[in-house]
Design a protein around this ligand. Sequence first.
Ligand SMILES: [Zn+2]
Length: 418
Amino acid sequence: MTISANELCHRRTGCRLCGSDRLSLVLKLAPTPPANAFVPAQELAVTQPCFPLDVFFCEDCKHVQLLDVVDPRHLFEKYVYVSGTSPVFVKHFDDYAADLCQRFKPSEGALAFDIGSNDGTLLKAFKSQGLRVLGIDPAIEIANRATQAGIETIAGFFTPKKAQEIREQHGPATFITANNVFAHIDDLSGVADGIAALLAPNGVFAFEVSYLKDVVEKTLFDTIYHEHLDYHSVIPLIGFLKRHGLELIEALPVDSHGGSLRGIAQLAGGPWPVGASVAKAVLQETTLGLDKAETFRRFAADIEAKKQRLNAVLKGFKADGKKVAAFGAPAKATTLMYHFGIGADLVDFIIDDSPLKQGLFSPGMHIPVLPGSAIAEKKPDVLVILAWNFAAPIIAKNQSFRDAGGRFVIPLPEVEVV
Ligand SMILES: [Zn+2]
């Protein structure tokens, strides 16, 4: 069942960054339910609605985006919340805060404000650098817990009105940060206006987003799902920020989340020089053709070819009477399974090491998610690695499966049988 225009999902008519209606459909992925909507056994009788997963390219500002916006309440309702911040994540934010402080030398007690501050990990790092900190997060429980733990966090959405209130109460912000939230917000213009309203004259806005360049170069098409409305690149962002009174001064590639972009912006006419990284990123994007619809049509054709190859391999195993299962149930597996047609007719179950997902059933297709012990119990012959970015450690950890004659299939970036 595909629902396109009802109360759960609406389609924008204009580009999220520039408002243009000159939008070209460049990649049509199979409709899916929310990628994280794993369900318990008692809900299996309920059919989960699928929503369009169509990727559009703006012919005017070159921004790549989804126009179908699933109601965030529906999207995050069944979110399997992974609590406990990993040490890698904490270190990333510690370094991030230290970098910004070293470079922009804020005065003692200056305000650092984080949009989508979650449990306050980044703000803790700013606090230890001697800054005052304040966060905002729409998840009420997470916001309350952060406040109780000493990181004052407003429960709510960041809007221009909210920015004005914060400025009156706390003064202007020297740092405003937004990490991995800039792809989740439908009203990006409102957020940008709020940032411009709250920023101190010498302040900077720093953000991290998944980078479109990595999506294309590394075939990360399965990171396209409804929670990620935007696939950012530098060329459209420069114009977007400018229209909201901001100026991009750095565009740096970072390693997190399979390839991200860290942007830093100031108020237009601010005191900081524009770094060489901005022109460098623009040149790379132009060379890669990220400013042309044709590039994404080729990307779509490449994905289609990979789908055909994977299906031929899996159907071959099935025809030989092999028992096929899957390994890894990250959110992105939903896009991969739906678009590549890896359903219950091909795989019997999915192995996942996270106890939070074990015992649940995959979004829409309702394939059971089982712990690693199911490999010995159910003896599959073939395991398709859906968490393919972790193929090497998964294979290393399950050497006994291979020793017993088992085969791994890696679906991306190239179809591979190990
Ligand atoms: Zn646009």
